[in-house]
Design a protein around this ligand. Sequence first.
Ligand SMILES: C[S@@+](CC[C@H](N)C(=O)[O-])C[C@H]1O[C@@H](n2cnc3c(N)ncnc32)[C@H](O)[C@@H]1O
Length: 292
Amino acid sequence: MLEEVVDLFRPLECGVVVDATYGGGGHAAALLDGLGEGICVLGIDRDPEAIERAPGRSRLDLAVGNFGEIDEILRMREISEVAGVLFDLGVSGHQLDTARRGFSYRREGPLDMRMGPDAADSAEEVVNRTPAPQLARIIRNLGEERFAHRVARAIAAARPITDTEHLAAVVKKAIPAATRRSGGHPARRTFQAVRMAVNDELAALSSGLDRGIRVLRPGGRCVAIAYHSLEDRLVKHRFRRGEGRSSEPVLPVAPPVELVVLTPRPMRPDPEEVARNPRARSARLRAAEKAA
Ligand SMILES: C[S@@+](CC[C@H](N)C(=O)[O-])C[C@H]1O[C@@H](n2cnc3c(N)ncnc32)[C@H](O)[C@@H]1O
């Protein structure tokens, strides 16, 4: 959703737009090409490989770091407020395609899945050391896997598991044959869950949204693209809270209005984009503007 993202940031005439998930740099390049000369982009990624691969460009600055600490990253650069923050969540094509990173159930590699050196444990540690009931909760909650308990029990019985192919085979065998034939690769949901646990992705998002919104200048914009329903819900609720609408039934004093939501419903990619890039299928884009 490159065009949609650029259009949402277009009213900004000057200042820093933070691309908090630089990845392959597609959004950062589109922002630099599509916005005026007054806009500089700071690309952040917790994966040093993403930043090392980035081409040098004028008006583009880069930083390795976790967007959960976006305010700290900005403070180190003596930036006190920004015009925009973009989150395009999840893994990059490069991470998925690089077998040694261990993200893909389709490529044989070590069970790693750490997006960057700041992740505490690798997937191998999570898969082999987490007690089965806790692993089942991770697979159920983060992977939305209906057969989470079966999968977790099968993983516990097959330990030690040290590579992606072995994990994918164990998960596939644990899923009932009738289900295996529908809904994509049977290991997709478990791999997603383990990756999200390894990288503590929901905690990073929650902190990144809070801190990113805090450093926005009045009129500044925050855009988030989520590929997972839990992430999308987190974005939706954070924006709604910023609007002064809360899920809490009665508050004694109305909370201050911090945001204006620009997307009453999430924006979805059009069918042509999904045909070009099937991963975009689950994308939901939400945007909000910092209140004056
Ligand atoms: C979907 S890709 C972004 C693709 C990018 N928008 C592009 O156009 O190429 C997500 C990227 O965000 C990074 N990432 C995920 N969580 C992060 C976090 N908490 N802090 C910083 N980077 C993160 C990943 O390492 C990955 O490179």
